[in-house]
Design a protein around this ligand. Structure first.
Ligand code: GLY
Length: 374
């Protein structure tokens, strides 16, 4: 799509619903140029949150103005609690108050929460609007903005109301990662490592070499990592958009991670990416216990995550009320559980993940028990 040689374009091949992910620097400042040819009318509604609005909204508004695109802006409260029915109702009503039409595209400017709720609003408003993602966190750039999963949380669990609704465009401006605090950056880094661990040993080896620079701010390294992650995700989504097979591999670390998030009440005590980091370590531990994976590969995965500063054990997290049974029952509440067994992503080695629902509960409980003992 773009001819600037400092921009990488990754196509998500989904036929008529296919779209480009543009990855590079200063994309926000030129956002109007990229958006204008894709929207049916020169009018959009921008949805963002209080934190992102302060830092990045002015640049987007200026860019839209320069491309003669008029816009409304809706600023949501920052935080995971915004991804609920009450905020969805408020958001959709405010968009209808602004008299959006079917040809009005929504623009999600922010991280996973803004992207998920805005994408879902776009899926259901007026029976479907176009939308564009401008992800401003590493997690959103490497994962949640790609692939069309949209939705909100309910009291029964995360993302239980939602729809597959693909964006028209993703603009991943790596410059916006500059203002991300280190903890949230690292949480996104865990999802980046996931692509290496699940299917790309060369990328994992590259992260082992370059991960320190990347986390310290090296923009070339960041761009390469976002590009490699988006390429991996785009290939998987093109193959299995609705997660009936291969896309499940993207859940490496997520079933264990979900149990840890549920146990911590989906609070800031454990960010999603931190839970995924520990979850990936537990998935490798279980793979070793089942005789599927060389212990050295599990040690490598753990060492890399720990060296970068991610949590890899339950030390300092587990309270006295945490039990293997309690965590296992959270795993069964994961929406991917089948017939009383969790669906797990395990690994035969680094870059060799596979899914299974065949693992005996006892093996999973033993791994959880060992993790709780430290
Ligand atoms: N975050 C996992 C997926 O998009 O399938």
């Amino acid at each position: 799509m773009d001819t600037r040689d400092d921009i990488d374009t990754q196509r998500v091949e989904l036929g008529a619903r296919g779209y480009d992910i543009l990855i590079g620097e200063d994309l926000l400042a030129a956002a109007g140029t990229y958006i204008r040819p894709l929207v049916a009318q020169p009018r959009v509604a921008v949805v963002t949150d209080t934190n992102v609005a302060q830092r990045w909204l002015p640049a987007l508004e200026k860019a839209l103005g320069q491309a003669n695109i008029v816009h409304d802006t809706i600023v949501l409260p920052a935080g995971e609690h915004t991804k609920d029915l009450a905020h969805l109702e408020d958001l959709t009503n405010r968009l209808l108050d602004a008299r959006i039409e079917r040809a009005t595209a929504l623009i999600a400017l922010g991280g996973g929460v803004v992207g998920d709720i805005t994408g879902f609003a776009a899926a259901i408003l007026l029976r479907g609007l176009d939308f564009v993602h401008i992800p401003t966190t590493l997690l959103a750039q490497v994962d949640s903005s790609v692939g069309g999963k949209t939705g909100i949380n309910t009291r029964h669990g995360k993302n239980l109301i939602g729809a597959f609704h693909q964006p028209r465009l993703v603009l991943a401006d790596v410059g916006t990662l500059e203002t991300l605090d280190q903890r949230h950056f690292l949480a996104g880094y865990a999802e980046t490592v996931k692509y290496g661990l699940l299917g790309d040993p060369q990328f994992f080896a590259w992260l082992e070499t370059k991960g320190a620079d990347l986390c310290a701010g090296d923009r070339q390294a960041r761009r390469h990592a976002v590009r490699a992650s988006c390429a991996a995700k785009a290939a998987i989504v093109a193959d299995d958009e609705r997660e009936s097979g291969r896309r499940q591999l993207l859940n490496l670390g997520h079933t264990f991670g979900h149990a840890l998030e549920a146990q911590t009440g989906f609070s800031d005590a454990l960010l999603h990416g931190e839970a995924v980091a520990i979850g990936m370590v537990l998935a490798f531990d279980l793979s070793v216990r089942l005789g599927l994976c060389p212990p050295g590969d599990a040690r490598r995965a753990r060492r890399h995550l720990a060296e970068r500063g991610l949590p890899v054990s339950l030390t300092g997290l587990a309270g006295p009320d945490w039990t293997a049974d309690g965590l296992f029952s959270h795993m069964l509440h994961d929406k991917k559980a089948r017939g009383g067994r969790p669906t797990l992503v395990l690994a035969r080695g680094i870059g060799q993940a596979f899914t299974t629902s065949e693992v005996e509960a006892e093996s999973v409980r033993t791994v959880l028990d060992d993790a709780l003992k430290g």
